[in-house]
Write a protein that binds this ligand. Sequence first.
Ligand SMILES: Cc1cc2nc3c(=O)[nH]c(=O)nc-3n(C[C@H](O)[C@H](O)[C@H](O)COP(=O)(O)OP(=O)(O)OC[C@H]3O[C@@H](n4cnc5c(N)ncnc54)[C@H](O)[C@@H]3O)c2cc1C
Length: 517
Amino acid sequence: MSKTITLTLSPKQAADVSYYTSEAARCVGVREDNIALVRVVKRSIDARRSPVKVNLSLELFIDNEPQPEPIHFDYGDVSHATQVVVVGSGPAGLFAALRLIELGYKPIILERGREVLPRKQDIAQINRNNAINPDSNYAFGAGGAGTFSDGKLFTRSKKRGDYNKALQTLVFHGASPEILYEAHPHIGTDRLPRIITNICEQIVRAGGEIHFESRVTGFEIKQGRIRGVRVGDTLVEGAAVVLATGHSAKDIYYTLHRDGVRLEAKAFAMGVRIEHPQRLIDSIQYHAPHRGDYLPAASYSLVNQVQGRGVYSFCMCPGGFIVPAMTSASESVVNGMSPSQRSSHWANSGLVTEIRVEDFAHLEAEYGPLAGLKYQQQLEQLARENGGEGQIAPAQRIGDFVRGKSSTSLPPTSYLPGLVCSRLDEWMPRLISDALREGIATFDRRMRGYMTNEGIVVGVESRTSTPVRIPRDKDTLQHPQVEGLYPTGEGAGYAGGIISAALDGERIADAIAQRKP
Ligand SMILES: Cc1cc2nc3c(=O)[nH]c(=O)nc-3n(C[C@H](O)[C@H](O)[C@H](O)COP(=O)(O)OP(=O)(O)OC[C@H]3O[C@@H](n4cnc5c(N)ncnc54)[C@H](O)[C@@H]3O)c2cc1C
């Protein structure tokens, strides 16, 4: 039997394998050369007080004890199996496809965007302030919004078994095994594209198909049953259709609505990206002027109620970059990401507030269940109008935003297209700006220095979640009106993040197999 122990160490000791191996040997009372393998099973940072400590749980394999098997998944040949159409190659679509293969179905993935490499070029163009390809950008393309994302792998899902399998699947396809034991696993935007490419290759090797630059424009629904989807004039048929198009595919919601497929308005969240110098966040969180050589860039997670409305930080990216995440030139949308080393000079985070269905009720008569989508679009267009040329985004210093003052200059930023001074406190809807301003003032009491003019707020963070739900039957997970149509992932309203979208995709594949189409 292996032995597991937890050591509380300084950051330097926790980074030194030979130090913690001999310390572990001493604690369990064995000679160090009897330890055949030492495996980290959990690592977390305790920064509640100074000095910061690292908790390291280790599994020790002594002498000839059997060691853990390497992670392995078998994907059999499905080239002649029953076809299932999967629309979208984000985490929900890709994990649905992998699971369909495990269950003996052949996934046919239709993806509007381009493969990883050409998509990288399209994204570089967006960062250089050139034209936006509406089908290939930070949201659309191989791997969906997950590919050029931050790659934090967190979920509130209670289904730990599936969660671990999802992490193992990522490791099998090239992610670092560290994600299996870090308390806050993170892949990083520099490593995700390779993993996504490996997953796509795996699907094709097993006999599945992936068609890039294939935007689905219509649904073939006859007598309450879906036969397939249309890509322009071509009909692609399948025994079931998995709809995993993400929350930025506004055209899909409009197409479904036009075809009479029931949709529901839902609450969501919008706000700004907030950016600070990373050294400031490090000094607040680690209670020291510098984080030193052994601690990672510090993060934070803040939440508060402002007049009964939730205000919270979202998708915090230590050592990261703010990125232009719009899908059309008429919008300004920002998001955040970081490389695996989290090495930039900035810390950014979404700072958002709840948007309730009643907040956009005035649009309901005209837009029905798409009223929230319209409300979201109005804010994105407002941000565009208040920004500069191309993807230049509107921004204000944090202190000025809270105090309702103009910023006459802006500090250096990670946002490559550039920023322009703007009164976000004036042009954002009051329900958003007031909640954020009060929220920031409260957060400053918890993290002294958070409300600083060294940092900025950038407009707008509007795509944290979808304002529309595509309903599904709670037992069969199909759309209640359309047999064979399986909405999944973030765009359908059942996930918020890479792992929860991936788990939802797998769940849908299981639901399809249960009905044996
Ligand atoms: C910059 C950034 C950073 C992020 N960082 C994190 C993070 O650190 N951690 C985290 O958990 N989440 C993060 N996210 C969110 C995460 O990426 C999403 O939650 C996740 O990708 C949702 O998965 P999905 O499969 O449901 O949808 P998506 O990933 O949005 O995928 C949908 C896919 O469908 C395709 N599609 C859309 N319409 C059509 C059509 N008509 N025909 C064919 N294909 C279509 C799109 O091109 C896209 O590839 C980040 C997002 C961004 C943009």
